[in-house]
Design a protein. Structure first.
Length: 584
């Protein structure tokens, strides 16, 4: 079912990760040994390293397996509960528009109960059978859940294999997983390579491990850096919108990396025809056709996906909206920012730590922009609504029977929400606005900002551009809700026009590394090929403009990788650049 409803349930808040390549065919080739397990020449070393990393980051077998089982249970709950609410509840009785059968209004002890408003199981089954569209959705949901259950069952065996690898090869017990950093696990992983030769390369380096775990992610980061995607649209009133959602990301990865007609033949090798310049037009036309069909399939499945999005969002956010309506006025890092701000060869936990450190200064920067007119309007709306709320509260304290009046509870809830929203538009009267200083604090953590922002952080133009990477949570949820409709259109009408550029990108920026396979050339951190001349004033070689990574991403990625992996030995040119940074 199209991308398993776009990678399960679209967990909006989780950067989850979505970093894990889809390598379902991965398996291990073992050399028999009675005393200990050996991992010689693993067939899919990329997938194996990803599972080793995921196992560490998600706290071991128990936590991962429990999470997967509860996701299956959660899916069943949403489908069953939504069906129950749709066909098994008599809303006329629930809303007191009619009385249940046998109810005697003269009997003061008789009360309408929830059971009175619920149809019998036989009646529910009959009503379900009368809704053909509902039956179709239930069949699709059952098929999807079955696929997920099979996947969980299969992943259980792979998790057991990884647990055995941690215990036997890495000598890390389950209770000690959280006591070891990923850097320590990685060092043990490289020692295992020396002992057991997991791949044909004699010695693994830190860069090899990162390239295998982040092979596809590095391509995505490079495409964003070179402006290949995401699409940007001019929307009246809202201005320029950068459209990049979970749905679009999933479809891009499907068509580029692991789908049946993907550019990559497997997890480590790009199809040979994409390396040939003579077949450029043929491959671009084929890619355009694949994108058209993918968009059409998305369009056909959009009603089912949209329904799921609405149901999951409602169950997930309704209680939050009632309890903390102001949380939707808070901001979060956008999907676009998670590629634009990310270094080459930066693992998810390293990247998330940077975003977390940059969150407070980013929030303070956005809060420093206030609209005096909007503030005046918000204060007055809060005054009028607050007055109504105060009167209703006093009346309910005086006589609780007021709560029985129709729509009083609804009014109390709505008034509270409106006041909370208004307060989010009223600035702190004690705050001191200094956008330039705040922007420096933000860039110190997230590392990337266009040169055009320098000295212009106080302007609304820069503020609006920054809002593209640090968006309102409410805007994020709305984008995800609309994605089943918009994504097919983007695939059909926008991405197809990029077919030639996409083919050129993969041909020009793919290199074959012995013992690692085909990787994005930017991920090799080669400053001679992809560096920024402004960062290399003494370099004898100046990269062509076409090969340069924008915003000094190669140099910044190199510095970050060297700091994160202090035992890594960089090539001479990169080592010289790092030494020059230390001196300066």
């Amino acid at each position: 079912v199209m991308a398993e409803f776009q990678t399960s349930y679209y967990k909006f808040d989780s950067p989850s990760e979505d970093e894990i390549p889809n390598n379902e065919e991965a398996y291990l080739m073992h050399a028999p040994d009675r005393n200990k397990a050996q991992w010689h020449h693993i067939e899919d070393l990329d997938g194996f390293f990803v599972r080793v990393y995921q196992y560490h980051q998600n706290h071991g077998f128990g936590c991962i397996f429990l999470q997967q089982i509860l996701e299956l249970v959660q899916f069943i709950f949403v489908v069953v509960f939504a069906t129950f609410l749709l066909v098994c509840v008599d809303y006329d009785i629930l809303f007191a528009n009619k009385l249940p059968p046998g109810f005697d209004v003269r009997n003061l002890t008789d009360k309408v109960t929830l059971d009175d408003a619920v149809f019998s199981s036989a009646k529910c089954s009959e009503k379900i059978g009368q809704h053909g569209v509902l039956v179709l959705f239930l069949v699709i949901a059952a098929a999807f859940w079955t696929l997920r259950a099979i996947k969980v069952f299969y992943s259980c065996f792979r998790l057991l294999e990884i647990r055995k690898f941690y215990n036997v090869a890495l000598h890390i017990k389950q209770n000690d997983i959280d006591n070891n950093t990923w850097h320590e696990v990685q060092q043990r992983l490289m020692l295992v390579q020396k002992e057991q030769q997991m791949c044909h390369k004699q010695q693994l380096t830190e860069l090899d491990v990162y390239n295998r775990i982040l092979r596809f992610k590095n391509y995505m980061i490079a495409m964003v850096n070179k402006g290949l995607f995401p699409p940007r649209f001019q929307v009246p009133i809202l201005g320029e919108i950068v459209y990049f959602t979970q749905s679009l990301k999933y479809n891009i990865e499907l068509i580029f990396f692991w789908g049946p007609r993907a550019i990559f033949a497997n997890s480590y090798h790009m199809k040979d025809e994409f390396k040939s310049k003579s077949r450029r037009d043929e491959l671009a036309n084929r890619l355009s056709s694949d994108l058209l069909w993918l968009g059409v399939i998305n369009l056909l499945l959009s009603p089912a996906i949209l329904l799921w999005q609405i149901l999951y969002s409602f169950f997930n956010y309704a209680e939050v909206l009632k309890r903390e309506p102001g949380s939707f006025g808070a901001r979060k890092w956008s999907m676009y920012s998670r590629l634009y701000l990310r270094h080459f060869n930066e693992l998810p936990h390293e990247f998330q730590a940077r975003l977390n450190r940059g969150y407070k200064p980013a929030s303070s920067y956005m809060d420093s922009f206030t609209s005096p007119m909007l503030t005046i309007v918000a204060k007055n709306i809060a005054f009028f609504v607050g007055s109504l709320l105060a009167v209703l509260l006093v009346l309910t304290v005086w006589d609780e029977d007021v709560l029985k009046v129709e729509h009083v509870l609804t009014a109390l809830t709505l008034f509270s929400i409106v006041i909370t929203i208004c307060k989010s538009f009223i600035p702190d009267e004690h705050a001191v606005s200094c956008p330039e200083q705040l922007m420096r604090h933000v860039v110190a953590q997230v590392h990337y900002a266009p040169d055009s922002w320098r000295g212009q952080a106080h302007t609304y133009n820069v503020r609006d551009q920054f809002a593209q990477i640090f968006q309102y949570k409410a805007a994020f949820v709305i984008e995800e809700l609309l994605s089943p409709i918009i994504t097919p259109l983007v695939l059909i009408f926008w991405m197809r026009g990029k077919s030639h550029e996409i083919v050129d990108f993969f041909r020009n920026y793919t290199v074959d590394i012995a013992g690692v396979g085909d990787v994005c050339s930017f991920a090799q951190l080669n400053v001679n090929k992809h560096g920024d001349p402004q960062w290399q004033t003494e370099s004898s070689h100046k990269p062509s403009f076409k090969d340069q990574a924008d915003d000094g991403k190669t140099e910044l990625s190199l510095m970050h990788f060297a700091i994160t992996n202090p035992k890594w030995v960089p090539p001479p040119e990169e080592s010289h650049l790092l030494e020059s940074f230390k001196v300066s």
